[in-house]
Design a protein around this ligand. Structure first.
Ligand SMILES: Nc1ncnc2c1ncn2[C@@H]1O[C@H](COP(=O)(O)OP(=O)(O)OP(=O)(O)O)[C@@H](O)[C@H]1O
Ligand SMILES: [Mg+2]
Length: 506
């Protein structure tokens, strides 16, 4: 791109949190009218740089230029003026305000207009309609605190898309979206880039998605820029993954290990005799989950989430009938379910997973302590914690720090890690690899397969079809209204059939 001035240029950006040097001189430049993938493993510093560019964090050193001007000190003025819009990885909506207020208030304030309910709703409907007109009409008057994680993600994205900004920073915006919503988001991004010359910085751990939407990429590793503005057509996934420090050798090692494991598609039901049999019934669906099976749930969130509530004892007013070894499954609380051998990783890690006020070690050991009815740190815990941290490459300065000091993907690893050492009879997972980097995803797949081989029945909801194809020999598909449509088995578990059965294009 030679001498063309960039819309944004960040040079030698440095940032530490206490003794942890996170950014040690990162360069990143973005031109108008481009979608730029910003890549790196969990904890590499992507969100930190995005917060610096969007004025949420101050940098310790380095130069930031925006629109050809050097920015002295904070960039907050440009964010306030609406030139830079951001979708943070951990959503930042106000739960006690309505959807309309969350979307419209910043814009009304910027324009110097007085608040009116009618104006707010009109602004919000226009912004939300970019992604989903039906959701727009149904949701404007609702309180954000009453929305599901998935719905909150849509609101957050709409707020940024509808803001008229020149630079859009999207920190894993698709992590909570279904395949068809991601498709619609990409269509809007392409339109804004082509029509308005918008520049987009896009973070995701899903390589396929990155190739669908982005033109160029920058990769950071160990706090430095490892690849600076390389066209995606000029680099392979393998090269990118290697630059992120998640070497192919490791990937291959993981794949080899999997092949060596006793998992053979379609044969698992005869394998693990010692375990629980789960039966799931509703309408004309009657599915038996054998010990050691990995069953996938596919489709928009409503359907899988309702079944998961029934499976984890969180709802007894369900239209599902769920039996475990022939008896109805019902638990008085999540703790009772855990003690009965039902493990659960919620998809809403901020509200239903991470214990924000307790250190990392307590978060890691929470499930074990509930199961063993134990309240305090036992002597073996630090050692066990260190083992899990090592297996999943959890980047933490100390196990006694709070989870808020961890990157988004690292917090997700923490939630999954809770159950890995426990061998529950049934493990229910809602999007367990959300925001997790490529290397660790494969590590999690291998660990889940190992648990299944030892008799755990696994039920796994994912919006990523590739993941279901990779892992499951049976998938229960739901339509957009949450009704179960089909049970796909073995060779039927393909991306095309999943897209067909869920009514959502991949
Ligand atoms: N407030 C904080 N205090 C201490 N350390 C922090 C804080 N915020 C982030 N870090 C550390 O900075 C590093 C970079 O975190 P960051 O969230 O930028 O990573 P990321 O690249 O966005 O990762 P992910 O892909 O998991 O989202 C991590 O090691 C994290 O533990
Ligand atoms: Mg992040």
């Amino acid at each position: 791109m030679g001498s063309q001035p960039y819309l944004l240029a960040a040079r030698s950006i440095v940032k530490s949190f206490g003794p942890t040097n996170v950014l040690k001189g990162v360069d990143l430049s973005l031109a108008r009218g481009e979608v730029h993938a910003f890549l790196g493993g969990n904890g590499a510093g992507k969100s930190t740089l995005i917060k610096i560019i969007s004025g949420q964090l101050d940098r310790d050193g380095g130069v930031l230029e925006f629109g050809g001007q050097t920015l002295e000190g904070s960039v907050a003025a440009h964010v306030d003026a609406g030139e830079i819009a951001v979708v943070n990885q951990e959503l930042a909506l106000l739960p006690h305000l309505s959807v309309a207020e969350n979307i419209a208030l910043p814009r009304l304030r910027r324009a110097g207009h007085k608040y009116s309910e009618r104006a707010s709703e009109a602004i919000a409907i226009e912004a939300l309609s970019l992604i989903d007109p039906r959701f727009a009409r149904e949701s404007v008057a609702r309180m954000v605190g009453d929305l599901t994680l998935h719905e909150r993600q849509l609101v957050e994205i709409a707020r940024a898309l509808g803001s008229g900004a020149k630079l859009l920073l999207l920190d894993e915006p698709t992590a909570n979206l279904t395949a068809s919503e991601t498709g619609r988001l990409f269509a809007v991004i392409r339109r804004l880039v082509a029509d308005a010359g918008l520049a987009v910085l896009f973070v995701s751990h899903r390589m396929r998605e990155i190739r669908q939407i982005a033109d160029v990429c920058t990769v950071i590793r160990d706090g430095k820029t490892a690849i600076d503005r390389v066209a995606l057509c000029a680099i392979t996934d393998g090269e990118i993954v290697e630059c992120m420090g998640q070497s192919i050798a490791h990937e291959e090692a993981a794949a080899l290990r999997d092949r060596g494991s006793p998992r053979v598609k379609g044969r698992r039901d005869t394998m693990a005799a010692d375990g629980d049999t789960i039966r799931i019934k509703r309408d004309d669906i009657d599915l038996t989950v054998q010990p050691g099976a990995i069953v996938g749930l596919a489709g928009a969130p409503t359907g899988p989430m309702a079944l998961i509530e029934a499976l984890t004892g969180l709802s007894d007013a369900s239209s599902w009938k769920v039996e475990r070894n022939g008896a109805p499954m019902a638990y008085a609380s999540s703790a009772a379910a855990a003690r009965a051998g039902v493990g659960f990783v919620s998809g809403d890690r901020a509200n239903k997973g991470i214990l924000g006020a307790l250190p990392i070690i307590d978060n890691l050991m929470a499930a074990r302590r509930i199961v063993e009815r134990r309240g305090c740190v036992s002597r073996s815990e630090p050692e066990e914690g260190a083992r899990v941290v090592d297996a999943l490459d959890i980047k933490a300065a100390s196990l006694w720090d709070l989870p808020s000091t961890l990157s988004g993907g690292t917090q997700q690893k923490l939630l999954v890690a809770r159950w890995l050492a426990l061998q529950p009879r049934l493990l229910v997972l809602e999007e367990p690899t959300r925001g997790v980097d490529i290397r660790t995803k494969h590590e999690i797949y291998a660990l889940i397969r190992k648990m299944a081989a030892q008799g755990t029945a696994v039920i796994w909801w994912s919006t990523e079809y590739v993941e279901l194809v990779e892992l499951c020999d049976t998938v229960l598909a739901f339509d957009l209204d949450g009704h179960p449509t089909r049970v796909l088995c073995n060779a039927q578990v393909t991306e095309t059939q999943l897209a067909d059965a869920t009514g959502m294009a991949a």
